[in-house]
Design a protein around this ligand. Structure first.
Ligand code: ATP
Length: 206
């Protein structure tokens, strides 16, 4: 099914196995892209959608960069990756709850949904809104991050795929810190995202 966003942009939701990678993407980095590609290859996903959260919870007290910039950076980060796409499905959501994201996906497709995340996100799952419904709506696909052990959720409904190898030790926070210190050529960024940042100077945030 092809669905239109509020601005009339077409999004292709065809396929029987669809991955979703929700995040702040401030900025998107190679870890995000590697996770999406690894999940696609291992699970035979037709497509993986990156869904930037329009109003993510404040991390460390700072507002996230504007949504339009984060969407544009994701587009730059995944350019040329045939099976990766960005969705603006959450644009209308006041709060970025995964359960609302997955319900909105379900309205657009009857495909099996795979929600991709890092182990740090899984560790917070119990505090999410309606975690049981999240686990009914999607298979959780988890990548290890740092040294933490991936602990499976207790719920019976959980269907879980856990990758053994971490993708790459990189985070948006670390990249922002390096850029704020004036370092250029930040490791972990796609060249197109680096160029976007050089042009728009998003960090330090206004
Ligand atoms: P921040 O440093 O601001 O927390 P982040 O690097 O975690 O940002 P997000 O956009 O918040 O980036 O991440 C989206 C999802 O991708 C989350 O589920 C997060 O756990 C996961 N993720 C991001 N980077 C990695 C990584 N290097 N390895 C595994 N998972 C990752």
């Amino acid at each position: 099914m092809t669905a239109e966003t509020a601005e009339g942009r077409a999004e292709n939701w065809e396929g029987s196995r669809v991955g979703i990678l929700g995040g702040t993407f401030d900025p998107p980095h190679v870890g995000h892209v590697r996770m999406a590609v690894a999940a696609r290859d291992a699970l035979g996903l037709d497509r993986v959608f990156f869904s930037p959260a329009p109003r993510p919870p404040h991390k460390g007290g700072a507002e996230a960069s504007p949504y339009a910039h984060r969407v544009a950076m994701v587009e730059a980060a995944i350019a040329g990756e045939e099976h990766l796409a960005v969705t603006r499905i959450e644009e209308a959501h006041d709060t970025s709850y995964t359960v609302l994201l997955l319900r909105a996906c379900r309205e657009r497709t009857s495909a099996d949904l795979y929600f991709i995340m890092g182990a740090d996100s899984l560790a917070e799952l119990a505090s999410w809104r309606d975690p049981e419904e999240v686990m009914r709506l999607a298979t959780l696909v988890v990548f290890p991050r740092g040294r933490g052990v991936v602990r499976a959720p207790a719920a019976r409904e959980a269907s879980l795929v856990v990758f053994e190898a971490p993708v790459i030790d990189v985070s948006s926070t670390a990249i922002r810190s390096r850029l704020e210190r004036g370092e250029t050529g930040a490791d972990g960024l796609a060249p197109a995202v680096e160029r976007y940042l050089a042009q728009h100077r998003l960090y330090p945030r206004a």
